[in-house]
Design a protein around this ligand. Structure first.
Ligand code: I22
Ligand code: ZN
Length: 199
């Protein structure tokens, strides 16, 4: 296949998946937005983690919460657990890689806070450990997963939310995760600031 055809096909696949996801993910994304809003309006915060491209997504979300999304508002409490190389290397070196997020959740998490745990496979050990730590801290977990949800889905409690993208490819799943994170930003801003027509 010519490279141009491959590129065009990826746009079509991504767009098709977004149509499908609009059907199945609207409800869990709305529930996730409600959980986040409930936490921050009660004085809580959002911790976010993921690996690789999903680490970038975690940081992207925290930036839009703490800084701003599309409208002016006071900063909202969110921390990406993916950014402090001293913390990450110390925990990875002194304990193990699977503990890099769970130790931070134990240190920073309080009851009523929310953990957004991003894993396209649902099987990354450090994400599973972070979820277990969040449950110990009585936090609500919002899982961003794919491929059926993996071990992550099995670990969730009834009060948690699973935004599970119905696809097998990591890249396609990540593209929907980013859209879902923007939907949460938009929903929270709308609840806090009122309706605004999309520009
Ligand atoms: O961005 C990509 C692929 O699109 C990669 O960096 C990807 O995030 C990494 O392979 C991750 O380690 C995958 O972890 P996970 O989503 O299965 O938890
Ligand atoms: Zn990627």
């Amino acid at each position: 296949m010519m490279i141009e055809q491959r590129i065009q096909q990826q746009f079509f696949d991504s767009a098709d998946l977004k149509y499908q996801a609009a059907e199945v993910l609207t409800k869990p994304i709305a529930e996730a937005a409600q959980a986040v809003l409930g936490s921050i309006t009660a004085g809580g915060k959002v911790l976010v983690c993921g690996n690789g491209g999903s680490a970038a997504d975690a940081q992207h979300f925290a930036a839009e919460f703490v800084g701003r999304f599309e409208r002016e508002r006071p900063g909202l409490a969110a921390v990406a657990l993916t950014t402090d190389t001293s913390i990450l290397t110390a925990i990875g070196n002194d304990y193990d890689f699977n503990s890099i997020y769970s130790k931070q959740v134990q240190a920073l998490g309080h009851p009523g806070d929310v953990l957004i745990a991003i894993s396209t496979s649902g099987n990354s050990g450090n994400i599973l450990a972070a979820v277990a730590a969040a449950h110990e801290r009585e936090m609500t977990v919002i899982a961003f997963s794919g491929r059926g949800g993996g071990k992550l889905a099995a670990q969730l409690r009834e009060t948690d939310v699973n935004v599970c993208v119905p696809h097998e490819r990591t890249a396609r799943i990540q593209e929907v995760h980013l859209l879902a994170l923007h939907c949460i930003c938009d929903a929270v801003d709308t609840q806090l600031l009122g309706e605004q027509d999309p520009a």
